[in-house]
Write a protein that binds this ligand. Structure first.
Ligand code: ADP
Ligand code: MG
Length: 321
């Protein structure tokens, strides 16, 4: 099968590639064309996933398709953007119909679940890697950036933390657990749900936001730095799932929540007056700290003592000491 047949069979023919709101022209020309309504801005983000670095090789191609798009779309949620479209640059060592079929099915499922249309890409031969670029739209001035947190704001997250990192030993086959524990953790890892609805609900309310990909403490550090404030996290308020606690125990689960990556849950800062109406609307918001004058991230125990560990989110190219 040649490059063009591959594109046609697996991608151009996929239900998610048949256009959608905001897509003026999809796959097949030199560029796709997107329509952004007047008064709105285009939000764009790119993520690359490399075999052996970001996912185990080999892994289940259906789950890989699902997860790689979810991770990319999560950045739109973090900006409060409504999803429009995405492109896929796929590098493959060999063409296997079974692999491509399963990958495209997983990708398509997540695309339809998130409401994003596949509008283009590139297909090349080489070591397995995927690059996805997502496009969304947000009313001008209402995007949720990292830089607006104010002393007095609450620090909030949109769901339980640590499940993604907690699942890793299961995903890598290093540990086993009974189904009641393993299934929800694996599901969280392979099919994170981008918090698009929450992101849009936070427009004009949250003062700063991001999606947690490198661990709560490291990611709160990004808000602290961009907003020129301090962020305090209370360990006793970490929302931890039953499955994670059963798998790793209290301190292991806390560790996964604080320093593990892969959660793709939103973290945001919120003036206290904004909280009641968001809770009344049913958003799963957990308050776990606050913004203060100063800098950096501080972890506090139940007595208010500083128990901040060295913060080390994963960074490519950093020399390990
Ligand atoms: P060009 O040579 O103009 O860059 P290509 O031959 O690479 O175009 O691609 C032809 C069309 O197929 C383009 O519209 C491109 O966006 C699309 N395309 C290529 N690879 C993929 C892919 N993996 N998924 C979706 N669309 C793709
Ligand atoms: Mg090309």
């Amino acid at each position: 099968m040649g490059e063009f047949e591959l594109i046609r069979n697996f991608f151009a023919a996929a239900p998610c590639a048949q256009g959608g709101e905001g897509v003026a022209l999809g796959i097949g020309d030199d560029c796709a064309l997107l329509a952004v309504p007047p008064g709105e801005q285009l939000a764009i983000s790119t993520d690359t996933l490399v075999a052996g670095v970001h996912f185990a090789d080999p892994c289940d191609p259906f789950l890989l398709g699902q997860r790689s798009l979810a991770v990319a779309v999560s950045d739109l949620a973090a900006m409060g953007a409504a999803p429009i479209a995405f492109t896929l640059a796929l590098t493959l060592p060999t063409v296997t119909t079974d692999w491509l079929g399963a990958f495209a099915r997983g990708l398509n499922l997540m695309a339809q679940n998130c409401g994003v249309a596949l509008v283009g890409g590139d297909t090349t031969r080489g070591p397995l890697s995927l690059t996805m670029t997502v496009f969304g739209r947000v009313p001008a001035g209402l995007a949720l950036t990292r830089s607006g947190a104010q002393p007095g704001d609450l620090l909030c997250v949109g769901g339980e933390l640590g499940n993604g990192a907690g699942a890793l030993p299961l995903v890598l086959g290093q540990r086993m657990a009974e189904a009641a524990i393993a299934d929800p953790l694996r599901a969280h890892y392979w099919s994170p749900q981008p918090q698009l609805g929450l992101g849009m609900a936070l427009r004009g309310k949250a003062t700063a936001a991001l999606d947690i990909s490198d661990g709560l403490l490291a990611d709160c550090g990004h808000i602290a730095l961009a907003s020129k404030v301090g962020v305090q996290v209370e360990r006793s308020k970490l929302p931890l799932s039953k499955a994670l606690l059963a798998f790793l125990g209290q301190s292991g689960a806390e560790q996964a929540a604080l320093s593990g990556g892969d959660d793709y849950v939103l973290a945001f800062t919120l003036p206290p007056a904004e909280l009641p109406s968001l809770l009344a609307d049913g958003w799963p918001i957990h308050v776990l700290g606050r913004v203060v004058a100063g800098q950096g991230v501080t972890l506090l125990d139940a007595d208010g003592h500083d128990i901040t560990p060295p913060i080390r989110g994963y960074q490519h190219f950093r020399e390990t000491p």
